[in-house]
Design a protein around this ligand. Structure first.
Ligand SMILES: Cc1cc2nc3c(=O)[nH]c(=O)nc-3n(C[C@H](O)[C@H](O)[C@H](O)COP(=O)(O)O)c2cc1C
Length: 166
């Protein structure tokens, strides 16, 4: 509950490094997500190359924080691995949220950068990263060292809850 309630979108990062084990740990968290029929129809592109991180900011207009990120993980949907049609978006969303929570719980910063369903972002990333046709770029999670603090927010809203029927 602590990790869930204190995760926030952190968009300011400072210079530094991340432990070698971090990326593997957060990808383990991502791949622990539930998926329809356990189809695990996701793929991940880990980006550490400075120039590539910077070039993504030209494709995705609200991803400027990548200029200061140490790395980023692009979560992709693998349509060739999808057995339960149409569920890939939910599978990748679950993986993405696990990724964000794992980065936060490890003391690092991230923010969900939406790619799908924006065509120009999907096309731009496909071209930049050489992503094959059957794989859909879905969302980017930067990995940075936090340089801003955000507190927990209570978003519990009674009026959004319906008991037994609407
Ligand atoms: C599908 C999705 C797409 C998002 N895309 C962006 C984005 O492109 N750039 C960005 O700075 N934040 C993006 N966000 C982050 C939201 O703005 C953020 O989660 C929301 O304002 C709530 O704040 P919190 O994450 O601190 O709780 C996105 C979040 C989601 C779930």
């Amino acid at each position: 509950m602590e990790a869930l309630l204190t995760r926030r979108s952190i968009r300011k990062y400072k210079q530094g490094d991340i432990p070698d084990s971090l990326i593997k740990d957060v990808l383990t968290a991502a791949m622990s997500a539930p998926s329809a029929g356990n189809q695990q129809d996701w793929q991940f592109v880990v980006i550490r190359d400075r120039q590539t991180l910077n070039r993504i900011t030209e494709i995705h207009k609200s991803s400027q924080m990548l200029n200061d990120a140490i790395a980023a993980v692009l979560v992709c949907g693998d349509l060739a691995a999808e057995r339960y049609r149409g569920f890939w978006v939910q599978d990748c969303s679950a993986a993405m949220e696990n990724l964000l929570l794992a980065i936060h719980a490890s003391g690092f910063a991230s923010v969900w950068l939406g790619v799908y369903p924006r065509q120009e972002r999907m096309d731009g990333l496909r071209k930049l990263l050489g992503i094959p046709e059957q794989v859909v770029p879905f969302a980017i999670a930067p990995v940075g060292i936090p340089n801003e603090k955000k507190g927990r927010e209570n978003r519990y809203t009674e009026s959004k809850i319906h008991h037994d029927r609407w």
